[in-house]
Every structure is written in C-alpha cells, then in structure tokens.
Ligand binder design. Structure first.
Ligand SMILES: CCCCC/C=C/C(=O)SCCNC(=O)CCNC(=O)[C@H](O)C(C)(C)COP(=O)(O)OP(=O)(O)OC[C@H]1O[C@@H](n2cnc3c(N)ncnc32)[C@H](O)[C@@H]1OP(=O)(O)O
Ligand SMILES: NC(=O)C1=CN([C@@H]2O[C@H](COP(=O)(O)OP(=O)(O)OC[C@H]3O[C@@H](n4cnc5c(N)ncnc54)[C@H](OP(=O)(O)O)[C@@H]3O)[C@@H](O)[C@H]2O)C=CC1
Length: 306
C-alpha cells in the first residue's frame, strides 16, 4: 500500500557523509599518553576479554587493561581494526595480546572464542561485552532487517558471550566477572528504539544473572555511557553531532578513557561487592536532556533537546 502523503524514511548511512569529516575520538597517541589513577600492577595475572576492541572504548580498555598488567584478549569482526589495537599495545607497552576475529552474533564463533582464550591463557577472569551499536532512525521506519541486526548484535550477541563464559566458570569452579556496556536509556532514546530495547534486555538479563550466578561466584554489572566521543560517531550526521554535548548539563562529551577506567575498577578487587548494578557515566544526561540523532521532528520545540 502506498500513500503519497507519507514522507520517505530518514536514513543516514555513514558513507553518505562527507568523506572529509573529522576523525572522532581519542587517537592512539592520546590513549598511550593518558594517565591512570590505578597502580600499574592492579590487574597483574588476570585475564580480560574485551569485545569490539578494534576501536573506541574497547580499544582504550584493552590498552588500559594491558597497562595494568592483565593478559588481554580482544575480538571484533574486522581484522584490520583488531590488528591496530595489537600493534598499539605492542608499540606502547611492549606486550603481546590475543586477538580473535569473531562475530558475536554467531554462537558457534563465540564458543570458539571463549575456548581459544581459555587455551591461550588458562582461564578468564573478566569478560567485557563492549561490542555493539546501532543506526539512528525513526522507529516507525526501521526495516525488519535493521531491527533484527541491532537486536541480534546487542542483545543476543551479548548473551552468547555471557552464557559461554559462565559455562566455563561453572565447569572449572572458578570465579567470574562480567561487565556489559549498554547505554543511558533511563528515559528512552528517540531514534534509537532498537538499541533501547536491546540494552534494556541486557540490563535486566544482567540483574537476573547477578542473582542466578552468584552461587558460582560470578558477578554481572552494566555500564551505561552517555555521549562518549569515539570513532562510532561516524554513524551520526554532523548536524546531530554538533548538538550531542548539549544532552547533559555539563555540556561536554566524555571520552573512551572515562569508560575504560570504570571498567578497570569493576575488574579489580575493589569492586568485589558490586553485583547486578548499572553504573551511568553521562555527565548528568539522565536527568537533563535528550538526543535526536537523526534530527528532531517539528512537533517538538527545542527546549531540553539536543
Ligand atoms: C542514538 C544516540 C546515541 C548517542 C550515543 C551513542 C553512540 C554510540 O553508540 S556510538 C557507537 C556506534 N557504533 C556503532 O553503531 C558501530 C556498530 N554498528 C553497526 O555495526 C550497525 O549499526 C549494526 C548494528 C546495524 C550492524 O549491523 P550489520 O548487519 O553489520 O549492518 P548492515 O550494514 O549489514 O545493516 C543491516 C541492516 O540494518 C539496516 N541499517 C543499517 N544501517 C542503517 C542506517 N544507517 N539507516 C537505516 N537502516 C540501516 C538496514 O536494513 C541494513 O540492511 P541493508 O538494507 O540490506 O543494508
Ligand atoms: N560512544 C557513545 O557515545 C556510546 C556508545 N555506546 C556503546 O558502547 C559500545 C562501544 O561503542 P564505541 O566505542 O563508541 O563504538 P565503536 O563503533 O568504536 O565500537 C564498537 C565496536 O563493536 C564492534 N562490533 C560491532 N558489531 C560486532 C559484532 N557483531 N561482533 C563483534 N564485534 C562487533 C565493532 O567492530 P567491527 O565492526 O569491526 O566488528 C566496533 O569495534 C557500543 O556497544 C556502543 O553502542 C553506548 C552509549 C554511548
């Protein structure tokens, strides 16, 4: 059925943007020179697996974990991006890490990944589910494939990783620790309803597992970032990006290190009594503003929106 009064769906694909757009997020030099509040051997002897670590928060987290003495394993779909993280850590810290090309949407690939990490390092202490993302679009225009892609990545992919890691911890009688990167969805997220649905699923899955899996000494927590400037911002039009910082009362964007340090804290013994929690890192966005990443509809006025 077609109706000529219905406007075409708003679509922003990164490749539609100006190829000369500025590169967003912390570059490798910034990551390498960033100071940390933690002592250098905080994670010595611990093994940390980080998904989506070829860019953004995952890349910064991999570097920080390696800097704090951890054995680091990373995964993602694109080998070139993973290689850049391996090379950055080799160059900056003189350390080798394990990288395994993996699509977290595939339970078989996830099973192989967790097995490989165990074979390589003899176990796993902390799993960081950071891989994920979405595209900005009015929910009413989502294609079926687009909806499924976002749900499959952010909810199912995260679940496969959690379940596979926990099966090993239970079988080995070893403690475990999971940190899921979600988003700040307390008041919903216009033009990101698919990710909002998936992240809400992960948050309540995590709260449930934090109880179910406590009997095996497995903790599960989430981190909800607000606006964190990373390479992932390529998914959004420049016009929207100019307003993103206005979504919080501090009127600033966080960076990947802000999140990496919280992950390191949760991976450390200092967090031994934190379980089933959602830690928000958003400069106060939750009680202040809202983002319209694909442009605010005329219906709404400008007040309180970014
Ligand atoms: C919302 C405001 C939040 C502000 C703060 C948050 C910021 C961030 O989260 S930044 C981090 C962002 N990083 C990413 O989002 C990167 C990872 N994202 C992705 O890889 C994709 O978004 C993905 C989750 C959809 C991955 O799916 P994949 O199957 O790899 O992707 P495809 O390109 O094959 O797309 C499948 C399907 O999805 C629909 N679709 C994809 N892109 C768009 C788009 N820009 N607009 C509308 N629809 C889109 C589409 O149906 C695709 O199928 P085809 O039509 O056959 O291509
Ligand atoms: N930046 C922000 O403001 C916010 C980000 N977030 C979330 O935080 C996480 C990190 O984001 P950020 O660093 O900004 O973004 P990036 O896009 O830089 O990082 C996301 C990473 O996930 C990987 N990835 C995506 N899909 C899959 C998959 N199916 N299997 C394996 N790896 C995958 C990507 O690599 P590849 O494509 O090569 O697989 C990429 O390296 C994401 O989940 C994001 O949605 C949440 C709130 C705010």
């Amino acid at each position: 059925m077609s109706n000529s009064n219905v406007p075409p769906p708003k679509i922003f694909k990164p490749e539609d943007g100006d190829p000369g757009r500025p590169k967003r997020g912390m570059d490798e030099d910034a990551i390498k020179t960033q100071p940390t509040i933690f002592r250098e051997d905080l994670l010595e002897g611990k093994t940390v697996l980080i998904s989506g670590a070829g860019s953004g928060m995952g890349k910064a987290t991999a570097y920080l974990a390696a800097k704090l003495g951890a054995n680091v394993a990373i995964c993602g779909r694109t080998m070139e991006k993973l290689d850049s993280t391996v090379e950055m850590i080799r160059d900056g810290l003189g350390k080798e890490i394990l990288s395994v090309q993996t699509n977290i949407r595939s339970p078989e690939e996830v099973e192989d990944l967790i097995g490989t990490v165990h074979d390589h390092f003899g176990g796993l202490d902390t799993l960081v589910n950071n891989a994920g993302g979405q595209f900005p679009q009015d929910a009413i225009d989502f294609s079926r494939k687009g909806w499924l892609a976002v749900i499959d990545t952010n909810l199912n992919g995260t679940w496969w990783m959690m379940q596979e890691a926990a099966k090993r911890w239970r079988a080995d009688g070893k403690p475990g620790n999971i940190v899921n990167i979600v988003a700040n969805i307390e008041r919903g997220m216009p033009q990101a309803a698919h990710t909002c649905a998936a992240r809400a699923g992960v948050i309540y899955l995590s709260k449930t597992l934090a109880t179910e899996w406590a009997q095996w000494d497995v903790r599960v927590n989430c981190i909800g970032p607000g606006v964190i400037e990373t390479e992932g911002f390529r998914m959004y039009p420049e016009e929207a990006l100019k307003r993103f910082h206005k979504a919080n009362p501090m009127k600033m964007r966080g960076n990947a290190w802000d999140v990496a340090e919280m992950i390191a804290y949760l991976a450390s013994p200092a967090a031994r009594f934190i379980n089933g929690d959602l830690i928000i890192i958003d400069g106060g966005q939750a009680q202040w503003g809202v983002i319209w990443p694909a442009g605010m509809p005329d219906y709404f006025n400008e007040s309180g929106a970014a």
